[in-house]
Design a protein around this ligand. Structure first.
Ligand SMILES: [Zn+2]
Length: 269
C-alpha cells in the first residue's frame, strides 16, 4: 500500500473542490499506457513511471505550486503495439474525446490550468492536438509535459542504442528496476536495435522524413533499444533527475500567463 499524499483532487469532496481549489491552481494529469514493453518489462511500465513521478512531484511541491493531482489515465494511444496480446489501447478519436470530456469536467472546478504529463511517446502528436483543442474549446490553459522525452522527440539518446532506444530499452528498464524491480526479468532483456535504419539519411524515427510504423515492423520482440545495460542505480539517478525536471517545469506552468494584449491594442489605437 502506497503512502497517501495530500493534494489528490479525487480524494476531496465536491464541497472541498469549491473551497480549496483556486483559479491559480494546476491540475496534473499523468498519462500512462498498458502495452507490450518486450519480454522483460511489465505492460504497465509507462503507467507506473508517469503515476509515480507525478505523485512524487505533487507530494514535494504541491503546496508551493498549488498543484492538484488527477487520477492517472491508464490507457492511451498504443496502437503501434496492438499486435501484442496484453496491449490495451484507445483509438485517436476516442482519446481526443476522452480528454475533451475531462477538460469539460475540469472547467466546472475553479482550476484553469491543465498539465498533461505524458508517459507514452506514441501519444505525443495527439496530445499536442488535444492541448490546442482544449484551449480553444474550453478556454483552459493547457500544457504538455513528458516523463522523459524519447530520443526521437529530442530526448537524450545513449550511444549504444544509436538514438533508437525508444521502447523497452535502457531508460525504461532502469526506471522499472528502480521503481518495481520485482516486475523486471533481466534474463530476458535483449538488445534489439533496427540498425538498418541508419543507412537512410532523410527517413528516420524523428528524422525529417517520418514513416508510419508498428513496433513489430522494427523488432522481433517488441523492444526497440538495449535494455541489457540497465541497472537500478542508473534508474535511481534518472528518476531523481526526472523529479527535479518535472518540478521545475511545473513551477513555470504555475506562473505562466499569456501576456496581456490590451496594451498593444491601445498603442495601435
Ligand atoms: Zn514505455
Amino acid at each position: 500500500m502506497r503512502e497517501p499524499i495530500a493534494r489528490c483532487l479525487a480524494e476531496l469532496s465536491a464541497a472541498d473542490v469549491a473551497d480549496r481549489c483556486s483559479d491559480a491552481a494546476v491540475a496534473v494529469l499523468p498519462i500512462g499506457a498498458v502495452e507490450q514493453h518486450g519480454p522483460h518489462l511489465p505492460l504497465s511500465t509507462d503507467l507506473l513511471v508517469a503515476d509515480e513521478l507525478c505523485r512524487r512531484v505533487v507530494d514535494a511541491r504541491g503546496e508551493e505550486l498549488d498543484l492538484w493531482l488527477l487520477p492517472s489515465l491508464a490507457y492511451s494511444k498504443s496502437n503501434e503495439h496492438a499486435w501484442a496480446p496484453g496491449t490495451f489501447w484507445l483509438s485517436s478519436t476516442t482519446m481526443l474525446h476522452l480528454l475533451d470530456d475531462l477538460a469539460r469536467s475540469l472547467r466546472l472546478t475553479p482550476i484553469r490550468k491543465l498539465a498533461v504529463v505524458n508517459g507514452h511517446g506514441g501519444n505525443s502528436s495527439l496530445l499536442d492536438v488535444a492541448c490546442r483543442d482544449i484551449r480553444v474549446h474550453h478556454g483552459l490553459l493547457t500544457f504538455l509535459l513528458h516523463t522523459v522525452l524519447p530520443p526521437d522527440q529530442g530526448g537524450p539518446a545513449s550511444a549504444h542504442e544509436l538514438g533508437l532506444g525508444i521502447h523497452g530499452g535502457e531508460d525504461e528498464t532502469t526506471l522499472v528496476l528502480h521503481l518495481a524491480p520485482e516486475l523486471v526479468d533481466m534474463r530476458r532483456a535483449e538488445r534489439i536495435v533496427p540498425e538498418w535504419l541508419t543507412t537512410y539519411r532523410h527517413i528516420g524515427i524523428g528524422g525529417p522524413v517520418r514513416f508510419g510504423w508498428s513496433s513489430d515492423d522494427l523488432s522481433s520482440t517488441g523492444v526497440i533499444g538495449d535494455p541489457s545495460q540497465a541497472s537500478p542505480e542508473k534508474g535511481a539517478a534518472l528518476f531523481g533527475g526526472m523529479v527535479d525536471t518535472l518540478g521545475q517545469q511545473l513551477a513555470e506552468v504555475a506562473r505562466f500567463e499569456f501576456e496581456d494584449k490590451t496594451g498593444d491594442d491601445a498603442e495601435r489605437g
